[in-house]
Design a protein around this ligand. Structure first.
Ligand SMILES: Nc1nc2c(ncn2[C@@H]2O[C@H](COP(=O)(O)O[C@H]3[C@@H](O)[C@H](n4cnc5c(=O)[nH]c(N)nc54)O[C@@H]3COP(=O)(O)O)[C@@H](O)[C@H]2O)c(=O)[nH]1
Length: 682
């Protein structure tokens, strides 16, 4: 645009020069007016082409040269004559007018040209914008006909843009897509009319009839031809599939592909509703695999995983297609059998499942075995909702386990009573842990020869508002079943460490405290790290802390237990094997266990003075202890005679009601300062 006037000047001057040249060359042959006509033509041309300013320049040049031409040799007009003057002025005025008009005409022409370019640019820009998006863009008239479509409509709908122009927008929407309630006309247009710019999901229809999910947003545009709806449509098939994949992954167990707990609850509720309508029964079965942990520990997690997959496959292939099977925990599965007309059918199903799951499992080159313990609750008798039914089936499963595993157990009123009791204790226990309603009592442990108190066993008590504290026998099992034992066990260890520090501060001789560790607590995979953390903050000598683990806990998984004990000993703790004599120890294992003490179970000690067999067992354990170079503690010493017998046989340490019952912390202190143990010396 900017170069045009500059070029105009040049062209004008060149044209003008050309005409002058022609004029001078032909002057002799032309009549006297010829130069003027030539000049006029040049001025007009230059004005038109170059525009106002260029024309002015050309005119001035013309005016300057014209007298020369007019007065030059052979001119018909002598400038000196009046006619010559008049002609000269007339030409000058005419030149100026032509120049001015030419300028105006030229400007108008340039403006029109510029306008054309602007319009072109705008349309080009609009098109580019329209085509720059991957969304299909449609312009739809209020009659529902499409008037604009970009190229992306091909990718979304399979139509070329020109195929859509003039078509009804209804062809782009599934026939099932209902127009909004208050709408008339085709659904797409009506959605356009009622929708805002917010995206709306609709089922679209492609050229080949395929239906697909699309997200369409709409806006209204005012055009010269009237209102037009502009719709931006995106194919959201991929997005929907990805969302569906995520939903499925979130609701299914990744290992077995079975519904997980959340989906079991969702689908199970629907099955119960259907059963309620049909006035039939439904059964909820809770499966726990017997001895699965040792399989996992012995053959590795990969073998364990394969076994779980096989269990899932067997469960699914054994139940009916309408039944629901899900995995709700490590080795815990649930099956919901809806619409059962006769409760005997449940019995048959359970028998069949028990048999099928108990068959050998071929995992790689191994043949492994497990069996299920199955708890069963019946809808509606044992519960009106899935939560209750699963909880009751779980409680029944525990009974099946206690009855020796590899069996099933229906939920009963007795199980119900126990389950309610357990639940109540569990809830109170949680609150009491928070309220610090537990305390440790201490029972002195003494040297049977010198009768010096060398340590104490910490025994847990649960304080009650209006009665004596509860002994552990009444709540430890519930703490284990609910998993609260770890929390409680941590507290006991921490409190024992603090007690050691308090005794140290009070100037007591360096006593040890032995703490009971429950089987579940001991087997927890993070038990060692929990103890290590605790010791790191306790500021006590670890050798003053003794852990009592029962013989049966250790002997059930002797190799793993041995590794744990070795780890604990490495931290400097002492280990006592509790309830010794009741856990059928393999003597070969016993010799390699990293322990410091054997605690003879009190059931043998209590009758040692009256029962020869008890005495024989006590003697054997004492001898064994000496051979293994570990100390022997006799618990449950209730009589002087029992104490005397044990001392004579070389039992190192003792505890029992004869010396003291377990005492509260302050009573223990008082007892320790007053104690006259020496009376039992002889
Ligand atoms: N996991 C945890 N278990 C714990 C904890 N504290 C205790 N326990 C376990 O509870 C069992 C019962 O304990 P408790 O009711 O305190 O009984 C102890 C003594 O009171 C009792 N005892 C001691 N001497 C005598 C006696 O001369 N006669 C008699 N009839 N009873 C006596 O024995 C229990 C101590 O036994 P032991 O632990 O085997 O040394 C208890 O056995 C623990 O298993 C805890 O903090 N965590």
């Amino acid at each position: 645009m900017e170069t045009r006037p500059a070029r105009g000047y040049l062209v004008s001057i060149l044209v003008f020069a050309g005409f002058l040249l022609i004029q001078f060359t032909l002057q002799p042959m032309l009549d006297g007016n010829a130069p003027m006509s030539m000049l006029l033509i040049a001025v007009i041309f230059a004005s038109i082409y170059a525009g106002g300013r260029a024309a002015l320049l050309v005119t001035l040049l013309s005016l300057a040269v014209t007298p020369l031409v007019l007065l030059g040799p052979g001119s018909a007009f002598a400038a000196s004559t009046p006619r010559g003057h008049a002609m000269l002025i007339a030409f000058a005025v005419l030149g100026l007018c032509i120049s001015f008009l030419g300028g105006l005409f030229h400007d108008a022409r340039i403006k029109a040209h510029e306008l054309m370019i602007t319009l072109d640019d705008r349309e080009h820009t609009m098109r580019a914008l329209l085509e720059s998006t991957t969304q299909a863009v449609l312009g739809i008239g209020t009659d529902g006909r499409i008037s604009i479509a970009n190229k992306a409509v091909f990718n979304v709908f399979g139509y070329r843009p020109e195929e859509l122009i003039g078509q009804s927008s209804a062809i782009l929407v599934s026939n099932d897509e209902e127009p909004p309630a208050d709408a008339r006309g085709d659904p797409f247009t009506q959605h356009c009319i009622t929708a805002s710019m917010m995206g709306r999901e609709l089922m679209g229809k492609r050229r080949n009839g395929e239906e697909f999910p699309m997200e369409a947003s709409f806006s209204m545009a005012e055009t010269r031809a009237g209102a037009m709806m502009v719709s931006y449509v995106a194919d959201i098939t991929e997005r929907k599939l990805a969302a569906e994949r995520l939903r499925l992954a979130a609701q299914h167990d990744h290992l077995t592909g079975l519904p997980n707990r959340a989906l079991v609850y969702e689908m199970g509720d629907q099955l119960l509703s259907a059963t309620r309508r049909s006035r039939n029964f439904a059964a909820v079965m809770f499966f726990d695999l017997d001895r699965f942990k040792p399989i996992n520990d012995t053959y590795g997690h990969e073998a364990g995983d394969k076994m779980l997959q096989e269990v899932a496959a067997r469960l699914q292939s054994t139940v009916r297609g309408s039944d629901l099977v899900g995995r709700i925990g490590g080795d815990e599965f649930v099956a919901i059998l809806p619409n059962i007309p006769n409760q005997d059918d449940v019995l048959h199903a359970a028998t069949h499942l028990l048999k099928r799951l108990g068959e050998p499992y071929r995992i790689d080159h191994l043949e492994l075995r497990t069996s299920p313990s199955i708890g069963i609750s019946i809808f509606p008798t044992d519960g009106g909702n899935l939560d209750t039914l699963i909880r009751n089936a779980d409680a029944a499963m525990y009974h099946a386990k206690h009855r020796g595993r590899n069996t099933f157990q229906f939920f009963t009123a007795e199980i119900n009573r126990q389950a309610e009791h357990t639940l109540a204790i569990e809830q109170r226990m949680r609150q009491s842990i928070e309220d610090k309603d537990f305390e440790l009592w201490y029972q002195p442990i003494f040297n049977t020869t010198s009768m010096d108190v060398v340590g104490a066993e910490a025994l847990l008590r649960w304080k009650q508002a209006d009665s004596e504290p509860l002994p552990p026998g009444e709540f430890i099992a519930v703490a284990e079943a609910s998993g609260l034992i770890n929390q409680l066990g941590d507290w006991v260890l921490k409190e024992a460490c603090m007690q050691l520090k308090r005794w140290r501060a009070q100037g007591l001789p360096s006593l040890f405290i032995s703490v009971n560790v429950s089987p579940m607590q001991f087997r927890a995979t993070d038990f060692q790290s929990r103890v290590r953390n605790l010791l790191a903050h306790a500021d006590v000598d670890p050798s003053q802390l003794e852990l009592e683990v029962t013989e049966s806990t250790v002997m059930k998984q002797v190799e793993e237990a041995s590794r744990t004990l070795a780890g604990l000993k490495k931290m400097g703790l002492r280990i006592a094997l509790d309830d010794f004599g009741t856990g059928y120890s393999s003597l070969s294992y016993l010799s390699s266990l990293p322990i410091d003490k054997l605690k003879v179970d009190q059931s043998f000690i209590r009758h040692i003075d009256t029962d020869a067999r008890s005495l024989a067992i006590a003697e054997t354990v004492i001898t064994l202890g000496k051979k293994l170079h570990v100390e022997v503690v006799a618990e449950g010493i209730e009589s002087k005679k029992a104490l005397q017998l044990l001392r004579e046989r070389g039992c190192d340490l003792g505890q029992g009601y004869l010396i003291s019952k377990p005492l509260r912390e302050d009573h223990f202190m008082h007892w320790f300062q007053q104690s006259g143990n020496q009376q039992y010396l002889h």
